[in-house]
Design a protein around this ligand. Structure first.
Ligand SMILES: Cc1cc2nc3c(=O)[nH]c(=O)nc-3n(C[C@H](O)[C@H](O)[C@H](O)COP(=O)(O)OP(=O)(O)OC[C@H]3O[C@@H](n4cnc5c(N)ncnc54)[C@H](O)[C@@H]3O)c2cc1C
Length: 391
């Protein structure tokens, strides 16, 4: 007899959302988190995450994004907090930009509201920008930003309200399938659950060794700068943006909380052997890199540095997510939706993971996120005894 229907390991973006949905549906559920929800050591910190409907990565993400918006609004109603702010999002780049062309194709295919703008039109409408005259841009009015730490803490708080048991500051050491369920061994004790969701973000390779050879952890730097002309960077005058130049793709956010204009590069940062190898803050070279983008395209943002933080991407080879049952045991659900663009989907993926962990077929199409595609791209033999043993 198992004590819990489902155990969720990792209460970051995906785990906290799954825990909330499971508890809301009346499941006996337990959540484990090695730190405190909303901490700064994983992939979900830094005050803001971009959300957009049109998706340059692939148009098939659009239906999932639609449901994600609805589910974020549901979280706001349940929590009484503002999680999602719509500012519009500007995607701009050099002629032929993959970001702009991809987003335009997805917008047209799904009939999404959008405006195509030239570089000078963008500079006129949003005076903070100095984009080259031959650039093109696409403005999506529904784009905006989410508050990641707040969302995670609210998911956890509401889960507890719906009866979830929560163990924070508890590191899960290993999982082991048994005839009746999955045994979960933590620093505190050993429990059993009918199924388990592994939502351990950049640590996922430690408990899901079948994923480890396919994932790359990279250190990404976020910087906040005090703008020279603050009036240009308020959320009502300055949208969330993604800029694709010939040698970089960077993105940023308006100064919505008085902590500065935030910017980062999507380009691959230093590859790390483990999530614990991450040094927490950025250095001089990181600052130079971020300022380079400001100097070229947003000169008034190039003011004093407020702070820098590092954050981890967990990249798959094709940059699509992994959301599927383990090929070793279907009672183990794998959730690795990162590659630098997963947060916006946490609200809907919480529902999807709940379905997978309780034997239901998700309403949303997640065929793009199957785990067996990784094997097809790289044949790697993994001994079964490695399943679920933390290194
Ligand atoms: C710099 C940066 C910018 C990004 N920008 C965007 C954006 O603008 N828009 C967007 O949609 N996405 C963005 N992303 C991606 C998005 O943030 C991630 O997809 C998302 O945060 C991943 O959530 P997660 O739950 O998988 O991981 P996490 O939130 O890191 O959660 C994993 C949790 O598991 C816990 N854990 C790990 N191992 C154990 C264990 N053994 N026992 C107990 N607990 C454990 C960890 O402590 C952690 O809390 C960005 C990511 C980064 C790093």
């Amino acid at each position: 007899m198992t004590a819990f229907d489902v155990a969720v390991i990792g209460l970051g973006a995906m785990g906290s959302a799954a825990l909330f949905n499971l508890a809301k549906r009346g499941r006996r559920v337990i959540g484990f988190e090695q730190f405190e929800p909303g901490h700064e050591k994983g992939s979900s910190h830094g005050e803001s995450r971009a959300i957009r409907l049109s998706y340059f990565e692939h148009p098939s993400y659009v239906p999932l994004a639609r449901r994600a918006y609805e589910a974020w609004r549901e979280l706001e109603r349940a929590s009484g907090e503002t999680i999602l702010t719509v500012t519009g999002i500007l995607e701009a780049g050099h002629p032929g930009s993959h970001v702009v062309e991809g987003s335009l194709a997805a917008s047209r295919l799904h009939g999404l509201p959008h405006e195509v703008l030239t570089g000078p039109e963008i500079n006129h409408r949003f005076p903070a920008f100095r984009l080259p005259p031959d650039w093109i841009g696409l403005f999506q009015p529904q784009g905006g930003f989410l508050r990641p730490e707040l969302a995670i803490r609210q998911f956890v708080r509401l889960s507890e309200h719906h009866g979830a048991e929560i163990r924070t500051r508890t590191h899960v050491l290993g999982i082991e399938p048994t005839a009746s369920g999955i045994r979960i061994r933590s620093e505190a004790d050993t429990i059993e659950a009918g199924s388990v969701i592994l939502a351990t973000g950049p640590w996922i390779g430690e408990l899901a060794s079948e994923l480890k050879p396919h994932l790359r952890l990279t250190r990404q730097v976020l910087g906040w700068f005090s703008p020279r002309n603050p009036a240009f960077f308020t959320p009502d005058r300055f949208p969330v943006f993604i800029l694709e130049s010939e040698d970089d793709a960077c993105y940023g956010f308006p100064d919505f909380a008085g902590s500065g204009v935030k910017a980062a590069s999507h380009r691959e940062g230093t590859v790390l052997a483990t999530a614990n190898a991450n040094a927490q803050d950025g250095g001089e070279a990181d600052e130079v890199q971020l300022r380079r983008m400001f100097r070229r395209f947003l000169p008034d943002a190039d003011g004093p540095l407020c702070k820098m933080r590092t954050c981890l991407y967990t990249r798959t080879p094709d940059e699509d997510f992994i959301v599927d049952c383990s090929t070793h045991d279907p009672r183990i659900v794998l959730a690795s939706p990162c590659s630098g663009h997963g947060f916006k989907f946490a609200s809907v993926l919480g529902e999807v993971l709940t379905d997978l962990a309780t034997g239901r077929t998700p309403v949303d199409d997640i065929s793009r996120f199957r785990v067996d595609r990784l094997r097809a791209s790289q044949t790697t033999s993994i001994p079964d005894r490695q399943i679920g043993e933390a290194s």
